[in-house]
Every structure is written in C-alpha cells, then in structure tokens.
Ligand binder design. Structure first.
Ligand code: AMP
Length: 541
C-alpha cells in the first residue's frame, strides 16, 4: 500500500522559491569581479534573475538534459545561473578554472557543453583554447556592457545584455526529481577526469543533511561566506543549504587572499564560513601580521584535506572560533562526515578535545560507512584497525558520466580510496589516501599524522610527507616543509619537536625546506608532483 501524501518532487528551484518567499529581504552580498566593489541583492532579486536566466536559456534553444558550463568565482551571478540552468532541467557543469587549459578542453568536450558562462578573469585563457572547444555555441561573459572586453570568442555577449532580453514571467520546468542538475569532474590524479552527475533529488537531500545542527549547523540568523568555490563540489552544499535556511550569503568573488577575506568577515558580520586549510593559512598569517580579530565569526568548516591540529587550536584558542573538521569527496556531493561532539565526547577539553578534533568525524543521516580489508571483509570499528573506507547513500555516486564501469562493491558501497579507522562511537579518521600511505618494512605510516604534527612547530607554515625509496625498508618518510616568513628551522630541531609524540620508527628520515609545496586545483597538497620532485632524492645514510 502506498502512502497518501502529496507528490512534491525534490527540485532545486523550490529552494530559491522558499528563500524568496520566506526570507525575501535577506541579502546576497558579492564582491564584483570587475573592480572588487560589493554588490547587494536580496533572495527575491536572485530568484527573479534566476527565472530570467531560465527563460533566456530556453530562447537560446537550451532544453532538458543540455550541459551548460560555468567558469566562474563565487558571486550572485554564478548563484542565479545555477538555479536558472537547473530550473529548466538543464545541467550546470561547474568547471574548475585552476585545471590546466588542456584538461578544461578535455572535460568541456567530454561533457559536450553548449554554452560557456565565464568571468572576466578567464577570458584570455579561453580565447587561447577556443579552437579546442567545438561544442560551445556561445560564450557569455559575466559582466555588463561597460566592462565587456574586445574578444574573439564565438558569439560573445555580456551577461547583463543577454539577461536584459528576458523577464521573470516564467514557470520553472516540471520534471522528475531524479533529473540530472549538476556535473563536476574529479581532478583525475589517476587516469582522465571523471564526471560526477548530481540529480535534483541528491542535491536537495544533501543540502538538508548538511544544514542540520551537527553538520553545517545553519539557521536564518547566520551569515554564511562560502569561500569554497561553487566549482569545488557544490560549494559543500552552501549554495543550496544557505538559501534553504534563509541565511545571508557573502560571496567573495575572485579575491581569496587573507586581507580581502578578513575585510568581508568583519564588515559583513559573517558567522560561518568554509574552505580548505590552505585558504585559512592565508587568513591566519594575515591576522598574525596585523594583530587582527574575528569579532563575529562563530564557526569555520575546514575540509578537503586534513585540517592540521595547530590550525584548529589557533582558531579556537586565539580567536574563539569553533572549528568543524569535515571530510568528503566530489563523488559524495561532497559531505561525508563532520567532527561535531556526540554526548560520549561532550566533556572533553584541552589536549583530549584537540586529539578528537583531528578526526574527520561522523556521517550525517544519508551517508553509511563501511570499513573493509582488500578482500572486502568487514573490519572492526575499534579506532585502531585501518582499512578501506566505503560509503553508500542517496547523494553518493553510483557511476561516472559516460563511463560504463561498475564502481560499487557487492553491497552497493563506493570505495573512497581513503584508508581510515572508525572508533566505537562512529568517528572516522583518515590515515591517508591509499596511494599516499607510506609502506615501511611491511607496516604503514600515516603521512597525514606526520604533517599534522610538523605544522604544530611554531616556525612551520605548511608541511607534506611522502615516502621515498629505501633499500632496506622499501619506503621511508621524507618531510617537506615551507617555513614561516623569515624563519629557517633546522632538521634536528624539527625532529626533536616530533620525538615522543609518535612511534619512534615513524620519525621522518630527513627534513627538507622548500619555498612552496605544489597544490591541486582544489587546494590539496599534490603528492604526485611532490613525489616527482623528489624522485631522485637519496635519504641520508
Ligand atoms: P575531492 O573529490 O577532490 O574533493 O577529493 C576527495 C578526497 O580529499 C578524499 O577522498 C580525501 O582523500 C581528501 N579529503 C577530503 N577531506 C579531507 C579531510 N578532512 N581530511 C583528509 N582528507 C580529506
């Protein structure tokens, strides 16, 4: 027997409708890409402009299932495009501008995108590869006539002119909630990039799960600044979960440096923000240099790569800002877990609390965990045994776009490629990416644990650990460090700092200082590149 409740498909435009009706005057503040000035709109205006986008797209001949690429920063225009594109059942393909131009050409071709909306920043890059983008019928530059550059891009038009040919007298499309809404390619460190195709239903369920108190913890009283880009897996849900709850949105545009972010945090009264650790490194260095304060910020969500313990302690102890360590991946929409306190851990304080906070935490409802060995046998959740972390849920990929391979195990779980432990309270801790773990004498050493420890040293800004070949032990850890400006910590000093805090045989065999550590397009330490840089490296002795 079926239930007798209404048929109300979980469609994404219902979110912006709700924001406009219930929280209509709440602001979306954006830093303009043109000149860095702040632009203010309300949810009523964003919805109206999203409807115009939808109507204008239809006039352009865009229909259900067509892919539309965006190459854009976090701004109001990018936000209204998202809702407008998916509002007619077309698919927003968020392209990561930090990819190499050849990779961009590859994924745009693979997706067969028909239109490309791009910020001014990216016009020269796209002009250079235009002949490799045959599927693009028209380029829409996200600016107005006054700022429109001279360009040879095919059928180029300024976004505001394009939009002015439309009005908001339009009804959203009606289609099944399983219709595709968004496409995001994983960075593809192994093999070609792989497309993850989100649906309306998966994004709505994901946003609901994220908004809950133990996760993003959003409310109508929050002011949320997603520093994490819309092109990095749905800005970790914030472009949906903030309007869903009526939170004010602050979009930082192209300026993600410490001083620019600090200005927005303070002047716009931001209460919650989210990004990868490297972004916060820039902010904390700026605060240290200027003796700055964080007077309104309450919570910062840090994920995408392991949040160093020292970073959590600085935010919490020095600035009174609670850190929520989060883990996820593009294939999970992306949220997988959050380190918030369950009652069993509620009384923790001091070191014990920060020991817990280096863990990646527990999954929300809609995400299931499994820990197995290589043969697929379940492993105990004892906080010590590590194995392959596998996940299942309505916002987890079941396959990749236009690839036939079966990516799920016999019970329907997706292997994350992360090696992890899970403790009896259900808290997961990532030991490493399976390909980054250091295999020394048949035992495993966690590069993440060593990096975490090394950045606790007062002279270290950033640290990365890789395994290098060793004649006796197969691999031994090499610690690569970026020192803080003006500091030159010695190897012995660093190793002495780490001694006693980890098993003796985990201590790195050598420490090397470098000016910069390479990062991926989503701001993670690029271990493949680092291993290449140190391919011929010989450990001392
Ligand atoms: P991506 O799909 O590019 O976002 O990459 C996902 C991968 O990033 C995960 O499988 C993890 O290896 C890594 N990752 C994300 N968040 C964390 C975290 N908090 N700690 C450690 N690794 C993380």
């Amino acid at each position: 027997m079926l239930g007798l409740m209404q048929d109300w498909p979980l469609l994404l435009h219902r979110i912006i409708d709700h924001a406009a009706i219930q929280h209509g005057t709440r602001e979306v503040v954006s830093r303009a890409v043109e000149d860095g000035a702040l632009r203010r709109r309300s949810y009523v205006e964003i919805r109206s402009r999203a409807l115009k986008v939808a109507k204008r797209l239809q006039r352009e001949g865009i229909a259900l299932g067509d892919r539309i690429a965006t190459l854009a920063w976090n701004t109001d225009r990018h936000l209204e495009l998202w809702y407008g594109i998916s509002g007619i059942g077309a698919i927003t393909h968020t392209v990561n501008p930090r990819l190499f131009p050849e990779q961009i050409a590859w994924i745009v071709g693979h997706a067969e995108d028909r239109l490309l909306f791009l910020d001014l920043t990216f016009v020269p890059m796209i002009e250079a590869i235009q002949d490799k983008l045959p599927s693009i019928e028209r380029y829409v530059v996200l600016t107005d006539a006054a700022h429109m550059p001279q360009t040879g891009l095919r059928n180029a038009v300024a976004y505001e002119d394009w939009l002015a040919e439309s009005d908001d007298d339009f009804a959203w499309g009606r289609f099944d909630e399983n219709t595709a809404a968004g496409l995001c390619y994983t960075s593809g460190t192994t093999g070609g990039p792989k497309g993850v195709l989100y649906s309306h239903r998966s994004n709505v369920l994901h946003a609901l799960a994220c908004a809950a108190p133990d996760y993003m913890g959003l409310s109508a009283r929050d002011t949320v600044m997603p520093v994490v880009p819309l092109f990095h897996a749905n800005s970790w849900s914030l472009a949906y979960s903030a309007p869903m709850t009526g939170a004010k949105l602050v979009m930082p545009g192209a300026r993600l440096d410490g001083p620019s972010l600090h200005q927005l945090l303070e002047e716009e009264g931001v209460t919650m923000t989210a990004a990868v650790p490297t972004v916060w490194l820039g902010l904390l260095q700026h605060l240290e240099a200027t003796n700055g304060k964080l007077s309104t910020l309450k919570r910062v969500v840090i994920g995408g790569s392991a949040c160093p313990r020292a970073m959590t302690e600085t935010f919490e102890r020095k600035f009174g800002v609670t850190v929520a360590h989060a883990w996820g991946m593009t294939e999970m929409s992306p949220l997988g877990s959050f380190c918030s306190l369950k009652p069993v851990y509620e009384g923790l304080s001091g070191d014990a609390l920060y020991d817990l906070k280096v863990k990646q935490g527990h999954p929300p409802f809609t995400v299931e965990f499994r820990l197995t060995d290589d043969a697929g046998t379940d492993l105990p959740w004892d906080g010590r045994t590590f194995g392959r972390l596998k996940v299942r849920g309505p916002a987890v990929a079941g396959g990749y776009y236009r690839r036939g391979d079966d990516i799920l195990d016999d019970r329907g779980f997706f292997d994350t490629g992360d090696v992890a432990t899970i403790d009896p309270a259900g808290y997961m801790q990532v030991t490493d990416r399976s390909k980054d773990v250091i295999k020394s004498g048949g035992e495993w050493i966690s590069s993440i644990d060593l990096e975490n420890l090394a950045v606790g040293h007062p002279d270290v800004a950033e640290a990365a650990v890789i395994g290098v070949a060793h004649p006796k032990w197969d691999e031994r850890p090499l610690l690569v460090i970026v020192p803080k400006p003006g500091r030159t910590p010695g190897k012995d000093e660093i190793l002495a700092f780490m001694t006693g805090k980890i098993a003796k045989w985990w201590l790195p065999d050598d420490v090397v200082l470098v000016e910069a550590i390479p990062h991926t397009a989503t701001g993670k330490i690029q271990k493949t590149k680092l291993r290449e840089m140190f391919r011929d490296y010989r450990l001392p002795g």
